[in-house]
Design a protein around this ligand. Structure first.
Ligand SMILES: NC(=O)c1ccc[n+]([C@@H]2O[C@H](COP(=O)([O-])OP(=O)(O)OC[C@H]3O[C@@H](n4cnc5c(N)ncnc54)[C@H](OP(=O)(O)O)[C@@H]3O)[C@@H](O)[C@H]2O)c1
Length: 346
């Protein structure tokens, strides 16, 4: 057993998103050989934070990462997440142990609650009506996490997708929050309004996920109809899109205009749009670690290139201006899947 180390968390500028690892319905099949190669190269490149969750491919992401880190676990910082449906004290303990086993480790560096703990959030994690009707209590969940931290099973406590009031509720328990993991990319800037200032003032590190907006910022396409439907469920896209549940008109015209403007800047700077998108997120000092999902070595090498980019203040300002109208239209709600009236983060 490792002693609990609660000293300040040192995060690299870029981390690896491992949602596709293990393969599953969302991302399709994922080769373990590619995972092993990506993880090994990521460690060489200084991309030493690995982001997973118990819900990614029903535990297969954690197992795949655990396998890839055999013999080199000590060089990695592992972040994993418990589902809010599994946050009742005894269940949380069991699920933490199961994650430890799948990850083949005896401690998790950063253990987060994946979404805020309430019925509307939990219903996306479980069909168990009893749990939805009677959700785990936030205070009990975080006091259990504090106990797991004292026992050395987790090193840092984190949240993901928590808004300002929800973070305040946790902090009021006397729990030290190391991180909040949130969506952040050129087309998803909601956290700039309230969450970034709140986290900065309290020393809570921000992990910015979907740096490429699930490939949308990297892909070459002329019409959104060319994208896989599963990547068009956010409030950017019309509520009529397959699998969408936000029920709003969406902002497809504004999203396409912002994307085209980013592509123009990329062409002028002679850079791929993906480099620009990741470089822009890396340049924001409020984001401690930028997460990009990489399924193979080519994507990793491409995305890690941005680590050596130094975008000028003019380019950063142009990118901000190019996406400002969309930022204002989408507003400060960081839940991109549900409209403001039933957002899960507040
Ligand atoms: N806490 C949360 O609620 C939450 C939510 C979402 C994600 N996350 C975390 O954040 C990580 C990153 O998010 P994400 O994986 O959803 O989205 P992302 O990083 O924006 O996009 C990753 C996907 O884009 C494609 N891609 C990656 N590099 C590319 C490149 N250079 N050129 C073209 N396409 C490229 C790949 O998919 P294809 O090859 O299939 O196109 C890849 O799986 C996740 O893996 C997960 O760890 C957390």
């Amino acid at each position: 057993m490792h002693a609990a180390d609660t000293s300040a968390l040192q995060l690299p500028a870029m981390g690896l998103g491992t949602w596709s690892f293990g393969g599953g319905t969302y991302w399709g099949p994922q080769d373990q050989g590619d995972v092993d190669a990506v993880v090994g190269r990521a460690l060489e490149l200084g991309v030493t934070y690995f982001d997973t969750a118990e819900m990614y491919n029903a535990g297969a992401s954690e197992s795949s990462l655990g396998l890839a880190l055999r013999g080199r676990r000590d060089r990695a910082i592992i972040g994993s997440k418990v589902s809010p449906a599994n946050a009742a004290p005894a269940v949380l303990r069991e699920h933490c142990e199961a994650s430890l086993r799948r990850l083949e480790t005896d401690f998790i560096d950063v253990y987060m609650v994946h979404w805020p703990i309430h019925a509307d959030s939990i219903r996306h994690f479980t069909n168990d009506e009893a749990v939805i009707r009677n959700p785990p209590r936030t205070d009990e969940a975080f006091l259990t996490l504090a106990a797991l931290q004292r026992e050395g099973k987790i090193r840092h406590i984190g949240v993901s997708n928590f808004g300002v009031k929800q973070m305040d509720e946790v902090l009021a328990l006397g729990v030290r929050l190391a991180v909040n993991e949130l969506p952040y990319n050129l087309l998803m800037r909601a956290i700039e309004a309230d969450i970034i200032p709140f986290c900065r003032a309290r020393g809570i590190a921000i992990l910015g996920y979907v740096a490429l907006m699930q490939g949308v910022l990297a892909a070459k396409f002329e019409s959104f109809d060319e994208l896989p439907p599963i990547r068009m469920r956010t409030r950017h896209f019309a509520g009529r899109r397959e699998g969408s549940r936000h029920g709003e008109a969406g902002f497809e015209t504004e999203t396409m205009a912002a994307l085209q403007a980013v592509r123009v800047i990329a062409r002028e700077e002679k850079l791929p749009a993906a480099d620009l998108a990741i470089g822009w997120a890396l340049a924001n000092p409020a984001i401690s670690c930028v997460l990009a999902g990489c399924r193979n070595l080519t994507q990793l090498e491409e995305n890690a290139r941005a680590l050596t980019l130094k975008l000028s203040p003019t380019v950063l300002q142009r990118l901000n201006a190019a996406t400002e109208e969309l930022r204002l239209k989408l507003g400060p709600n960081p839940d991109y899947y549900q409209g403001a009236s039933h957002a899960r983060s507040w």
